[in-house]
Design a protein around this ligand. Structure first.
Ligand code: FRU
Length: 495
C-alpha cells in the first residue's frame, strides 16, 4: 500500500468516528468523511453491491480525488470500506477521476478510472492537464494499480479529440467477450463526444468509433457516460456541462440526461430517438447504473449541483450525497424512474388523509417527519378549482422556515423550492418543470431523508431532487390550496 493511500485510510477511520449516524441521512450514502461527488464503479461483486465515489477525505470541498468505497446488500444500507484509490502515481497525481468497475473472468474486480496529471509549461502560470484512462485490480477491498497504466492515453485518441477533457470511462463486456470502454471527450469544436475503445483483456485498448456526438447542441463536455440496454432500447446516460436553458427543457448548468435510441450495427453509432433530462430538480448529476441480480437496471446519481455547492450545513463533517437508487424502465417513449422497491419494506406508521380541498388551510392535513415516504394524488376541482396547491415540508414550528412543492395546474407547472429553507446563500434555490397531466390530476411520491427531498412525478415520468440543510427539528408537513380540489395522501415513516 502506498503512503498516500495509508494516510487516507488512517485519516478517514479516525475522522469518521466523529460523525454520529443521526448527522447523516438515514439511507442515502454520504462520504465516509469529507467530500463526495460522482458515483463510481457501481457494480455487483462478491455477492454485494459496490459503490465507489469521487472523494476528498481531508476536506468538505473538492480536492485531490480519491475513490471512496462502500458496500451494500440492498442498495439502502451501506457499510463503509477503506478508501480504494489515492492519487499516488505520476499519471494520477492530480486526481483519480470518475470511472466504472466489473468482475474479470478470474474473479478479480477491475476498476477503470481517469488519471489526471499536470504538466508544467515553461513560461506559463497554469500547467497543462492530461487525462488518461487507467485500471486497478483487486479483491473488493484492496486494489493494485496496473503497472502498464495508463491503458488509454493521448496517442490513442482520434484526430481532433482533446487530451485535456477525456475522462470517466465506463467499461462493459459484450456477449462475445470483448471489453468496451465509453469515455467522454471534447471534439475539435469544443463539444461533447462519447468515444468507444475496445480490448480483448481490459488492458490493451484500441480506439473503435464514436458512439455519439453532441455537436454543441446540448452543453459542452459530456461527462460520465453509462451505456446499457433497457426494454429493447440503447440508453446513453451522460452529464453535459455548460448547458443553456434553451437547450434542455429550461434547465441550465450541468445536467444529467439520457439519449435513447438504437445502435447502428455497422457504424457503432447510437441512433438517437429522444433525449430527456434525468432530473428536473436542483441537485442531480453524474448518474451511473448497475444491473441487479434479478435484472433491474438501477441508477444512482450525485444529489448535488456543482454550481450550488455553497449551499451546505453549518459545521457539517461531510458534504455530498447520493440519490436514492432508482429503478429504470421505458414506457411510451420515455424512461421512467421509481425509488428502488426495497424502500417500501422500510415503511412504518402509515397515516392517510383523503378529502376535499376548499381553499381553507385548516381542513388540510398536517404530518410530521423528515425521513418519510409520501404518496399523493392531487386533483383540482371544476369551478373554483385551485390554481395553486402547495405542500410545505421541513417546516419549523414558527412556519417561517420550510421547503415547498407548488403545483399550478393551469400552467401545468411543478416547482420545488428551498428558498425559505433557512439558506443564507444567494444561489439556485428553486426549479420548475412542465408536468404532463391531461385532466390536471397529479400523482406524486415524495421521499424525504433528513438532508434531501426527491419527488417522483406521475409514476416517475419526471423526478425533481434537492439537497436540504434545514435543522432536523423542522419536521412539519402541511398542505395549502387556494381553491377547490381533492387530495389523497398516504404517508409513512421510513426506518
Ligand atoms: C463530474 C466530474 C467528472 C470527473 C469528476 C472529478 O462531476 O467533473 O467528469 O471525473 O467530476 O471529480
Amino acid at each position: 500500500m502506498t503512503d498516500l493511500l495509508k494516510k487516507a485510510r488512517d485519516y478517514e477511520a479516525k475522522a469518521a468516528a466523529q460523525i454520529e449516524p443521526e448527522e447523516r441521512p438515514a439511507f442515502h450514502l454520504t462520504p465516509y468523511v469529507g467530500w463526495m461527488n460522482d458515483p463510481n464503479g457501481f457494480s455487483r461483486y462478491g455477492g454485494k453491491y459496490h459503490l465507489f465515489y469521487q472523494y476528498n477525505p481531508y476536506d468538505t470541498s473538492w480536492g485531490p480525488m480519491h475513490w471512496g468505497h462502500a458496500v451494500s446488500a440492498d442498495l439502502l444500507h451501506w457499510d463503509y470500506l477503506p478508501c480504494a484509490l489515492a492519487c499516488d502515481e505520476p499519471y494520477d497525481r492530480f486526481g483519480a477521476f470518475s470511472g466504472s468497475a466489473l468482475e474479470l473472468d478470474d474473479g478479480r474486480h477491475l476498476l477503470m478510472y481517469t488519471g489526471v496529471k499536470e504538466i508544467p509549461v515553461p513560461g506559463k502560470k497554469e500547467p497543462d492537464i492530461r487525462q488518461t484512462q487507467c485500471v486497478a485490480v483487486g479483491d473488493g477491498l484492496n486494489y493494485r494499480k496496473y503497472a502498464g497504466n495508463p491503458v488509454i492515453s493521448e496517442t490513442d485518441l482520434p484526430a481532433g479529440s482533446s487530451p485535456v477533457d477525456f475522462r470517466d470511462p465506463k467499461i462493459l463486456r459484450t456477449a462475445d467477450g470483448t471489453y468496451l470502454c465509453f469515455a467522454g471527450c471534447r471534439a475539435a469544436d469544443g463539444s461533447g463526444d462519447i468515444l468507444v475503445f475496445e480490448s480483448p483483456d481490459a488492458l490493451h485498448w484500441n480506439f473503435r468509433n464514436i458512439l455519439f456526438r453532441s455537436r454543441n447542441r446540448i452543453g459542452k463536455m459530456w461527462e460520465c457516460p453509462d451505456v446499457f440496454t433497457l426494454d429493447g432500447k440503447t440508453v446513453l446516460l451522460s452529464s453535459p456541462q455548460d448547458i443553456r436553458a434553451d437547450q434542455l427543457e429550461g434547465l441550465s448548468g450541468n445536467c444529467a440526461l439520457a439519449v435513447v435510441g438504437d445502435m447502428d450495427p455497422d457504424s457503432g453509432r447510437l441512433r438517437e430517438e429522444w433525449v430527456q433530462p434525468m432530473d428536473y430538480g436542483i441537485d442531480f448529476y453524474a448518474s451511473q447504473s448497475v444491473l441487479t441480480e434479478d435484472g433491474r437496471r438501477v441508477m444512482i446519481g450525485w444529489m448535488q449541483n456543482w454550481d450550488a455547492c455553497a449551499e451546505r450545513g453549518k459545521d457539517q463533517k461531510w458534504f455530498g450525497q447520493m440519490s436514492v437508487p432508482r429503478e429504470l424502465r421505458i414506457k411510451n417513449g420515455r424512461i421512467l424512474q421509481s425509488p428502488i422497491r426495497e424502500l417500501a419494506s422500510h415503511r412504518t406508521n402509515p397515516e392517510a388523509w383523503r378529502g376535499e380541498l376548499d381553499g381553507d388551510r385548516q381542513t388540510t392535513p398536517f404530518f410530521r417527519g423528515r425521513t418519510a415516504d409520501l404518496e399523493m394524488t392531487i386533483r383540482p376541482g371544476g369551478t373554483g378549482g385551485f390554481r395553486r396547491f402547495e405542500m410545505r415540508f421541513a417546516q419549523d414550528e414558527t412556519g417561517s422556515v420550510y421547503s415547498s412543492l407548488v403545483y399550478r395546474p393551469e400552467e401545468g407547472l411543478l416547482t420545488v423550492s428551498r428558498q425559505h429553507s433557512g439558506t443564507c446563500r444567494a444561489l439556485l434555490h428553486e426549479r420548475s418543470c412542465h408536468v404532463f397531466s391531461p385532466d390536471g390530476a397529479l400523482k406524486l411520491r415524495v421521499i424525504l431523508d433528513r438532508f434531501s427531498a426527491e419527488i417522483f412525478v406521475n409514476d416517475g415520468v419526471q423526478t425533481m431532487s434537492m439537497a436540504l440543510y434545514t435543522g432536523q427539528s423542522a419536521d412539519r408537513i402541511g398542505f395549502h390550496s387556494d381553491g377547490r380540489g381533492t387530495l389523497d395522501i398516504r404517508k409513512y415513516d421510513l426506518v
